[in-house]
Design a protein around this ligand. Structure first.
Ligand SMILES: Nc1ncnc2c1ncn2[C@@H]1O[C@H](COP(=O)(O)OP(=O)(O)OP(=O)(O)O)[C@@H](O)[C@H]1O
Ligand SMILES: [Mg+2]
Length: 472
């Protein structure tokens, strides 16, 4: 253990507790590095209580937390707010309409060259790759349309209209033309939007904006209106923002900046969306997490600053979130690390496809397994050639897959860390010894959702789809 490269018995501000030594001393074992971790364990295997909650109660660095059950906010936000830094809860589907607010457009440049790059994330994070799709033509086109309209909003609309509800509204243009004497006339709002897209494309030398405008125009009046089908895919992904008033309010402005996690160590964001709401909200959460990662990657941590840790409990519920895996590759040097939690490896193969799904645990610096299923138990048995007694340094060969799943290892966490021998740790849920740290979480603001126009601020005059000539 003394020579261990990844695991340590010494606490530092960067320490994440993985478990406890399985001898009489029961000392905590830490990972102090900047790389990513993954934990796999079946339902009820104490992943959340022994690793996520334990670390949120003890880790003083900044954290971004996926909290599908609301348990992480309930049990750790009070303590973190009292001892570590500001806490935010983004809960866009909350029944009591309590949430902090985040508008992705606030972090998109209004400089055309930069905005085109920033807006790529709208396409890629909102419409994720379906690993089973052979022909991604429609998906790619819908991304391209989303990108174009997002870019249009980013570079041409006033601040009060730079938001997701307005993006959804812009995509709702009618693609039905009226034909008279062979000439097709578009609805005036459609004509305005398409003209604005091409004018912006020409003015700022972004040919793809004109191309999207031309593609939509060309489809109108044709028997198979491809433009309409593509717009429909994009609309479906944005439906929650155009249909729910509370969501519009939650994404109208921002209560924090992604750089706050760096500026104020100990800042915590809880992304609190239940499993049943996640299918509608995972595009937004992917976009938000991606934006935080992107912005923070450009602002490297100061020496000695604990890494900003993304605790993604129930990660597979976010769908195919490939871009987050960049953090595994490049996060280290910027002081960003990812701790992913899954029930089994199959969930990763389903969400990411077999190849990428396999790479995720392979690329993690630390892999923890609790209550392993059969295939993980076999993997552990194969990998566990021998293990090291943490005290004596004595090595011994370990167990069969059946033994690994049996009573002997019921309360254990198997830890495989690159550059270390595998270790078997005692698993201890936070409620056993840290229950006294749990405090009432702070009050989250209740948002007023009036009947005012859904996406303009109160002092704005109501506006319809894009206002072309005046803005370019
Ligand atoms: N405060 C508590 N006191 C006593 N038992 C608890 C407490 N919190 C959770 N448990 C129990 O601990 C067990 C492990 O829960 P935990 O949430 O850590 O599992 P998990 O591995 O995260 O499961 P899942 O994949 O379903 O989220 C469960 O049986 C749960 O009911
Ligand atoms: Mg859990």
């Amino acid at each position: 253990m003394e020579n261990a490269a990844s695991l340590s018995l010494d606490w530092t501000p960067a320490s994440l507790t993985l478990g406890f030594t399985d001898d009489a001393s029961q000392r905590p074992v830490y990972f102090n590095g900047n790389e990513s971790l993954i934990t796999a364990g079946g339902p009820g295997s104490y992943k959340t209580t022994s690793q996520v909650i334990r670390n949120l109660l003890t880790y003083p660095g900044s954290a971004i937390v996926l909290d599908v059950k609301g348990e992480l906010w309930e049990q750790t936000a009070g303590h973190r707010a009292a001892h570590f830094g500001p806490v935010y809860r983004f809960s866009p589907a909350d029944k009591d309409q309590r949430s902090h607010r985040y508008n992705p457009f606030d972090f998109i440049s209004d400089d055309p060259a930069q905005a085109t790059a920033d807006c790529d994330a709208f396409g890629y994070e909102i419409i994720s790759d379906n690993p089973d799709t052979r022909d991604p033509y429609w998906q790619n086109r819908a991304r391209n349309f989303l990108w174009a309209f997002a870019t249009m909003i980013a570079i041409s609309t006033p601040k009060s209209l730079r938001n997701l509800a307005h993006l959804a509204q812009c995509l709702n243009i009618s693609t039905i033309g009226t034909k008279e004497d062979g000439v097709i006339t578009l609805a005036s709002s459609t004509e305005a939007a398409l003209k604005l897209l091409s004018a912006l494309g020409d003015k700022h030398d972004i040919p793809d904006l004109r191309a999207v405008s031309d593609a939509i125009r060309a489809g109108i009046g044709l028997h198979s209106n491809r433009g309409e089908s593509i717009l429909d895919i994009a609309r479906n992904h944005l439906a929650p923002f155009s249909q729910r008033r509370f969501v519009q309010e939650v994404t109208r402005t921002s209560d924090w900046h992604p750089l706050d996690f760096r500026r104020e160590t100990g800042t915590t964001l809880y992304l609190n969306v239940s499993t049943s709401d996640l299918p509608s909200f995972s595009p937004l959460l992917r976009l938000m997490i991606y934006q935080h990662m992107r912005i923070l990657l450009d602002h490297v941590a100061a020496p000695g600053e604990p890494p900003i840790t993304f605790f993604l409990d129930e990660l597979p519920q976010l769908g195919n979130f490939k871009s987050i895996l960049q953090m595994q590759a490049v996060g280290r040097s910027a002081g960003l690390r990812l701790w992913m939690f899954v029930q089994n490896l199959r969930q990763l193969y389903t969400a990411y496809g077999l190849e990428a799904g396999r790479a995720i645990p392979e690329d993690a610096r630390v892999r923890c397994y609790m209550k392993p299923d059969e295939s993980i138990a076999e993997h552990i048995a194969r990998t566990l050639g021998e293990t090291e007694n943490l005290f004596t340094g004595e090595r011994r060969s370990l167990a069969t897959a059946a033994e690994i799943r049996g009573p002997k290892f019921r309360n254990k966490t198997f830890v495989f860390a690159s550059e270390d021998y595998p270790v078997i740790l005692e698993r201890r849920p936070a409620f056993q010894d840290l229950g006294y740290l749990v405090q009432e979480p702070p009050e989250v603001p209740q948002l007023r959702t009036s009947n005012a126009h859904p996406f303009a601020s109160d002092d704005e005059v109501e506006q319809d789809t894009p206002k072309p000539e005046t803005e370019i």
